[in-house]
Design a protein around this ligand. Structure first.
Ligand SMILES: Cc1ncc(C[n+]2csc(CCOP(=O)(O)OP(=O)(O)O)c2C)c(N)n1
Length: 383
């Protein structure tokens, strides 16, 4: 359990831009390379939105109002520093924790929250697990839940765009655990051979449920896996939002200019449990969590913005209040909307649902009309 983490200083170099405390950049970093105030504040807002959205969703889950939550707490710099690079016509394929990137790309918070509730306004009609958002308008693809599958999908879309001569590229997120999947190997191999315009982003958050990152691979780093596929690879301090941004920007530029894929590993830490169904105290120490809490990527970036004169305590509070109000309104809306209509169960798969499915829906509707929904369910599952 206490093995040296991949990428720890001394074991493999990490790209860094911000000082550990956030109050400035590391020595030698040219100020001219700091992004514009507008970009910095937009990324901060995205990070804060994810932090607040996850906090609220987890509370709702604990109250039995939302079914499942997998938070991104601690990963905000990695997610939003990288996602900020992609253009509206690029495509983002994510795993469990990057839903905030959909919001950053323009998915309305109300739509995100409707998805968490799986209600009638959920674009997936309640058929996906919560925390698996999709948003066609912003080219953000829902995750299948099967670890690694999103990578071959992302490569396929990248190849399609390349064949069509389009300039768009794809971003493919995966966790440290996901690097052990078939999908990771086939996607990187195929993308390397065919120079697919894709950026692979490994978010190494230290744990794959209860498996520590140090037990996931014998490689000296995840970034080091790229060259084996003929792809450039790099490891980045994933709690340093400016380093995540810079590394992803360089990789995206290569993909856009026809130089093929890159692999970047953003090394960070999952501060919460794997999901709302997990108890992380069973497999990791309180000291370890405290160690990382002291390196909170949001605080580090806020210190930087404060030092730059871009975001003081008052502005931060105002921004948080605005986002909290927006989330609150979205939750109120979501709870006022009912579940998807039963007959939608057989939509979207068949042009004309076959007879046996039509019969089942008619039967379900008849039972509900006669007994009410709760009694109908109880009738099928006698206690
Ligand atoms: C093929 C497959 N095997 C196992 C699982 C169960 N599972 C769900 S999440 C998870 C761990 C994923 O870890 P990682 O890729 O590091 O992502 P993280 O959850 O840490 O963000 C596992 C093993 C799954 N969903 N799919």
């Amino acid at each position: 359990m206490n093995k040296i983490r991949l990428g720890d200083p001394g074991t493999f170099p990490l790209r860094k831009v911000l000082r550990e405390d956030g109050f400035g950049c590391i020595e030698g970093f040219e100020e001219a390379r700091i992004p514009s105030a507008e970009t910095l504040l937009a990324i901060h807002r995205a990070m804060l939105t994810t932090r607040l959205l996850d906090d609220r969703m987890l509370k709702l889950q604990r109250q039995g109002r939302v079914g499942f939550v997998g938070t991104a707490t601690g990963l905000e710099a990695a997610i939003h520093g990288s996602a900020a690079v992609f253009e509206p016509n690029d495509w983002v394929f994510s795993a469990l924790r990057e839903g905030g990137a959909a919001v950053q790309r323009g998915m309305p918070i109300t739509e995100y929250v409707a998805h968490m509730f799986g209600n009638e306004e959920d674009t997936a009609k309640g058929r996906q697990m919560p925390n698996h958002p999709q948003c066609r308008e912003v080219n953000y693809v829902s995750w299948s839940s099967v670890i690694g599958t999103q990578l071959p999908h992302a490569v396929g879309v990248a190849m399609a765009m390349k064949h069509r001569g389009e300039k768009a590229i794809t971003c493919a997120y995966i966790g440290d655990g996901g690097t052990s999947s078939n999908g990771f190997h086939s996607a990187l191999n195929f993308a390397g051979v065919h120079k697919a315009p894709v950026v692979f982003v490994v978010i190494d958050n230290g744990w794959a449920i209860s498996v520590p990152s140090s037990s996931q691979t014998a490689s000296r780093s995840y970034g080091a896996k790229g060259p084996a596929y003929g792809i450039p690879g790099e490891d980045v301090d994933g709690n340093d939002v400016l380093a995540c941004l810079a590394a992803t920007k360089a990789a995206a530029r290569k993909a856009r200019e026809g130089e093929g894929p890159s692999l970047i590993c953003l090394r960070t830490y999952r501060m919460g449990g794997h999901s709302s169904s997990d108890d992380p105290t069973r497999y990791r120490s309180a000291e370890e969590v405290l160690h990382w809490e002291a390196r909170d990527p949001l605080t580090r970036f806020e210190n930087f913005l404060d030092a730059q004169g871009l975001l003081g305590v008052k502005e931060r509070e105002a921004c948080a209040a605005e986002i909290t109000a927006e989330i609150g309104q979205a939750v109120t809306n979501a709870e006022a909307v009912g579940p998807p209509a039963l007959e939608t169960l057989v939509e979207d798969v068949w042009a004309d649902p076959p007879l046996h499915l039509r019969r089942q829906v008619v039967e379900a509707l008849r039972v509900v009309a006669e007994q009410g929904e709760a009694e109908a369910v109880e009738g099928r599952f006698p206690l």
